[in-house]
Write a protein that binds this ligand. Structure first.
Ligand code: FRU
Length: 497
């Protein structure tokens, strides 16, 4: 196969690093008009390694300004031991109460991250460290008394810290990864941490547990009410892949307890799937959002450890999801997670193409003959009698990505989406159980070169997948098979950054 031109698959309105490998978003924090995005980064190569924190800032969660490497992997005085900067979070210590930053610093930005220590190839420790910045994240210093939390195990990571106002303290969730447990700690000063409780094992334990995130989430159809939601990155409904799950419950400052309304398991072993695609993982929430923003905002990494290092992109590898606003909704199945894209992507919309009341019976209708693979679609579908109804994207000859509703499921089929043979784990069909709302299936689809994010029924379900079409533009078709269905409304906007 001919090698693709560099930059060919570069997303246009999703974040990616200028070059080299990225994985998890880290230290998501809002401070003085800037949304910070730190991320797991290999500064030297386009595969995982030399983990360090890369850095970018944005004013609108859409346009990102790249900044120099924030926290690099470092070598110890013995010249042999190295600490890699694994995943973690960032907080604003108002008034520098911890005293970490120099005297007189107004607010101290503190990164709480996992130090992954190794000598040569051999991993020797994994514990929680601090680094701090007195200049809005531009320059960082390591705390000289690291680690601040060491359980003397090698599988203890991903500290996610937030301010728990009712008890005026910091709360940390972190994972005992191979025990499939989240451990909760408390601290008054970010330096001394005390174990409070554990959650798990629970639900999926086929993969290690990583990147916990605990937050209070408003219930959108019960004004004034909220519940606590615990996210973990773990297994996936399809065996062998990694994915995210969530748990709905209560948090009293010490314990997280599952709610009786926690949604019923959807797949036998994996309950409460966050994203039914293969490429949404390690998502965490923004800290310190402006007070009027009651809903959490999360960003996830668009890739899967099953094939992560093999993606056919250069000179970069990996991208971030659109920022998602998080809510809960009371449904007959219990409290359901709602995820909606935020950020001003609609400001990128070009001239729209809109059609209404299109009835199709065993038919294909071309919506657009040739469009660059960077667009947004909104569709309202009345499924009717059709066995399958949907949209074919990025179509060129036999190459196609299919989004269809069939048998009560929304599917994304990327088996013929373009380059798929870089890993035999890549070609796949994703399936999300979906119930029509007032008879309608509503889709909001974002296509961005190698990224497809599908928000179903106002964010009740999401499917996020990478694709690697061989052409940078393609056809978009509407279709029905074995019966009739109606597209009540379909709107297509090219998106240009
Ligand atoms: C999740 C993860 C984290 C770890 C980081 C290392 O993708 O495995 O558990 O901190 O990546 O890069």
């Amino acid at each position: 196969k001919a090698a693709m031109k560099p930059e060919f698959y570069r997303p246009q309105y999703h974040f990616s690093a200028p070059k080299n490998w990225i994985n998890d978003p880290n230290g998501l924090i809002y401070y003085e008009g800037e949304y910070h995005l730190f991320y797991q980064h290999n500064p030297f190569d386009n595969v995982w390694g030399h983990m360090s924190w890369g850095h970018a800032v944005s004013k609108d969660l859409l346009h990102w300004q790249h900044l120099p490497l924030a926290i690099p992997e470092f070598t110890h005085p013995d010249g042999k031991t190295k600490t890699a900067i694994f995943s973690g979070s960032a907080v604003i210590d108002k008034g520098n109460q911890s005293g970490l930053c120099p005297d007189g610093t107004k607010d101290c930005m503190v990164a709480v991250y996992t130090g992954n220590v190794s000598v040569g190839e051999k991993q020797t420790a994994q514990y929680q460290n601090l680094a701090y910045s007195a200049d809005k994240g531009r320059t960082w210093k390591q705390y000289d008394k690291n680690p601040v939390l060491d359980l003397k195990t090698k599988e203890f990571r991903d500290p996610n810290v937030f301010w728990y106002a009712p008890q005026k303290k910091w709360v940390m969730s972190s994972v005992k990864a191979t025990e499939h447990r989240v451990a909760f700690f408390e601290s008054k000063n970010l330096k001394d941490w005390k174990l409070m409780s554990h959650f798990g094992p629970q639900s999926d334990t086929t993969k290690v547990w990583e990147c916990p995130a605990l937050m209070s989430v408003p219930i959108e159809n019960e004004p004034g009410k909220s519940k606590w939601v615990l996210f973990i990155s773990a297994g996936h409904p399809q065996k062998g892949y990694v994915g995210m799950q969530y748990f709905v419950g209560d948090f009293d400052g010490t314990h997280f307890t599952l709610d009786k309304d926690n949604p019923k398991p959807i797949a036998p072993a994996v309950s409460n799937v966050v994203d039914y695609g293969k490429d949404y993982y390690a998502a965490i929430q923004y800290n310190n959002l402006p007070i009027q923003d009651k809903n959490p905002v999360m960003i996830g990494w668009l890739n899967n450890w099953e094939y992560g290092n093999k993606l056919p992109t250069t000179p970069f590898k990996g991208a971030m999801s659109l920022p998602r606003q998080i809510a809960l909704k009371r449904t007959t199945d219990g409290l359901q997670l709602i995820q909606q894209p935020i950020g001003s992507s609609s400001s990128l919309r070009g001239k729209k193409i809109e059609r209404q009341n299109i009835k199709l019976t065993n038919q294909i209708l071309t919506l657009e003959k040739r469009i660059a693979n960077s667009y947004e679609i909104e569709a309202e579908i009345l499924p009717g009698t059709a066995k399958r109804v949907g949209i074919r994207l990025a179509k060129n000859g036999s190459e196609v990505t299919i989004i269809q509703y069939a048998n009560g499921k929304l599917e994304l089929d990327r088996r013929k989406s373009g380059q798929t043979d870089f890993s035999d784990r890549f070609p796949s069909v994703e399936q999300a159980p979906v119930k029509p709302q007032n008879g309608l299936i509503k889709l909001r689809i974002f296509v961005d070169k190698s990224v497809v994010e599908v928000f179903i029924n106002d964010g009740e379900r999401v499917i996020t997948d990478l694709i690697f079409p061989n052409k940078s533009e393609g056809e978009i078709d509407l279709f029905t098979e074995e019966g009739s269905a109606e597209f009540k409304k379909i709107t297509l906007w090219p998106l240009a950054s």
